[in-house]
Design a protein around this ligand. Sequence first.
Ligand code: FES
Length: 64
Amino acid sequence: MYVCLCNAVTDKAIRNAVRQHGPHTIKQLRSLVPIGKDCGKCMRQARQILLEERAAIIHLHKVA
Ligand code: FES
């Protein structure tokens, strides 16, 4: 599913970037994928995906 229509960035691309590079903030995520560079309507959903993926990563570390 497209999260950022202006730059054709999908939720999968954002999740992959979080898993591979582990950004802590939306600013760090923006340096990895071109989100929020135009209208900015995608930022809320991108932030939510960042939080979900970080929570999943933390959960995996606790289980391992
Ligand atoms: S939808 Fe992402 S900048 Fe417009």
